[in-house]
Write a protein that binds this ligand. Sequence first.
Ligand code: DMJ
Length: 568
Amino acid sequence: MLVNSPQATLRLSEKFILLLILSAFITLCFGAFFFLPDNSKHKRFDLGLEDVLIPHIDAPKEGKHAPGPGPGEGNQVQWSSVLATSFILLTHSHELQDFISSEIQWLLFVFQMMKHAWDSYRQYGWGHNELKPLAKKGHSTNIFGNSQLGASIVDALDTLYIMGLHEEFKDGQEWIDQNLDFSVNAEVSVFEVNIRFIGGLLAAYYLSGQEMFKQKAVQLAEKLLPAFNTPTGIPWAMVNLKSGVGRNWGWASAGSSILAEFGTLHMEFVHLTYLTGNPAYYQKVMHIRKLLAKMDRPNGLYPNYLNPRTGRWGQHHTSVGGLGDSFYEYLLKAWLMSDKTDTEARKTYDDAMEAIERHLIRKSNGGLTFIGEWKNGHLERKMGHLACFAGGMFALGADGSPDDKAGHYLQLGAEIAHTCHESYDRTVLKLGPEAFKFDSGLEAVAVRQNEKYYILRPEVIETYWYMWRFTHDPKYRQWGWEAAQAIDKYCRVSGGFSGVKDVYSSNPTYDDVQQSFFLAETLKYLYLLFSSDDLMPLESWVFNTEAHPLPVLHLANITLPGSEPAQL
Ligand code: DMJ
């Protein structure tokens, strides 16, 4: 059953008519596809629910990354109207619910969540970075500086595209074309702007073929380059887009840069060099890699802090959650994105995973596998929601792991997925807390009041999706469906979706923020979880840490400007 609706008591004749209407819709949509001229079928790069039903997407071809006309062009079916209508029909008819598989119903459910999130932002926060769904006005945080860069538009674009929301995509495209200007006096986070804006713009370019997205990505990248002007070449955490002056966060271990920030640029920067022929981007990230390779690592672990003036580690804290997480993710994804030719990245990843397993991963008394945090020689038995992404990373990296440990890493991914699911299941709202402990008889529950919040984060659902893709165990879809329902029930308000401050309270208060990553990641991973594997196949696409898909580059046949052929 999709939704408990008191109005679902239609007469038999009405039900029959509803069935007929839905069948007519589906027939119309199939028909529209089949009657398209052959050339437009092959050229088009539409994604969305039709791909669940008719898998026909080709991966981007080498040297021809963005086949097909842009969104809204050509003879396209308006999937948004079809899906919205189907959802309304479904919520009103048990017969239709019996007739249509759970997965399609769940897909439609996620689709209408995306519509609500986007439409609310469109109505109340348009052009602002994020939305305050209760106050019904724009919102921003210090990661975007004092700017109105439309972060939610850029972050949501590829999700809209993948869901087939072409009108909404076009609306966002127009705003970006006419309004997105990076010559602003704003001090932004280099990492956040890279993963959300450069990643989002590049994915929109690869999916739609619209040159404008590529140009905007390159304009922004040029503005980030001054951040690398440090004595070591390790970038500052923040840069002023106008003046180019950089600095680090005041709270970060005596002026250090952060591993998960300077270590999460590689994918986007390699693509920038590939697309522009400008070697600067590639050289900047390879310089970071080389510098890290030369450094001593305590117990083989990478501390979270590195001073960009001295080139020395700051505090010896290591985490697979916040401050460390996506550094490890990008080592694996650099290898995958290079069509597995970047073996240096793979080796670095494998070595890091070995040290992490030895020093950070433990099993609780209750049998839950967790990833703790290393702090000055001591293991803190606490895991953050952010670290839950690692279940998916272990599964993604299983194939290609050394010593025939593929099965082992897939199993580790499954154990982390199980632990993170428990962290959701042990709450009142069935949504996971920001951090949870494994100490003093406590298992997978938050203790401190300021760790009980849920801010629409994606990591647990991300892991469900990767585990689903690699195992097809239906429990991952079931767990994703539980999470989707809980988000819809407890985070949905009339003006969008909001985070909640206490997942253990049956009457939680809202934080009044609809995060841009909710549209970029949480809803995209849910949609992919309920879709066919042919939608965004992992052999062809690698998702950046903000869930923006970038195509695999066939680097065995290409020499990137600024690289030595032997290195690739
Ligand atoms: C996202 O912006 C990215 O996934 C990032 O790597 C860390 N976490 C947030 C969402 O929780």
